[in-house]
Ligand binder design. Structure first.
Ligand code: SAH
Length: 219
């Protein structure tokens, strides 16, 4: 019974995933690497069964613990800004949640680290990534405000939770030439992209977004 239901979802998911990629392209995502990753990772695996049928809608969906799985367009948009004209290289994600974005990053880079402050969510991310066999994504239960000093510096840092300012330790852990993308703001947020150039950090701002807040500590 269970396996029949799963097969059903598997077959529909390939078609709906292809439609999701077409929609991302229509919305302006053009990097073939990003579109390929978005079309390959099965988003329904990362959702609770009751929501799996909505996996390929372009919306954020609840994950439990008051958190949400990010909207596909926003995941694609942030990663496209980070990868434009280069490779992602060694990558750090802050706020792994259920591991969906970590999986997309894992398709695009051989070295991905992701931290999450809520232990049960991290456990779920670990299970999900194992299920789709992305074992090179390394997960850690930690407060992402502190970055991940033991693996720094990073060529790419991406935050899946919003803050009114970039945490200083994250800037310090960005390699020369590295890029950081995050939702910047409180009630109103925009995507902020920071590049560490030879003369210092250069910031650019993009689309308005809505993310859960970056919180302190772990639970
Ligand atoms: N990347 C996820 C999005 C999860 S929502 C996806 O692909 O869908 C954002 C996540 O950031 C939540 O799980 C939340 O618990 C986590 N978070 C918030 N503040 C954090 C912090 N300081 N350190 C690590 N994770 C944090």
């Amino acid at each position: 019974m269970n396996s029949v239901a799963l097969t059903g979802i598997g077959m529909t998911s390939q078609r709906t995933r292809a439609r999701m990629v077409e929609r991302l392209h229509d919305l302006g995502i053009t990097d073939a690497r990003v579109l390929h990753a978005m079309g390959t990772v099965p988003r329904h695996v990362f959702l609770e069964q009751a929501l799996a049928h909505r996996a390929y809608e372009d919306t954020a969906l609840p994950l439990g613990f008051g958190q949400t799985i990010s909207q596909p367009f926003v995941v694609a948009r942030m990663i496209e800004l980070l990868i434009a004209g280069r490779e992602l290289g060694k990558t750090l994600e802050i706020g792994a949640g259920c591991g969906y974005q970590a999986a997309i990053l894992g398709m695009l880079s051989k070295q991905v680290f992701a931290v999450e402050r809520i232990a049960p969510l991290l456990a779920r991310a670990r299970d999900n990534l194992r299920r789709i066999k992305l074992s090179h994504v390394r997960l850690k239960h930690a407060d992402g405000n502190l970055g991940l000093p033991e693996a720094a510096p990073f060529d790419t840092i991406i935050l899946a939770a919003a803050a009114v300012a970039v945490p200083r330790s994250l800037l310090a852990q960005l390699a020369p030439g590295g890029r950081l993308a995050m939702p910047l703001g409180g009630a109103e947020q925009v995507i902020s992209l920071i590049e560490r150039g030879e003369k210092g950090f250069v910031e650019s701002r993009f689309d308005a977004v809505r993310f859960v807040p970056l919180l302190p500590g772990v639970e």
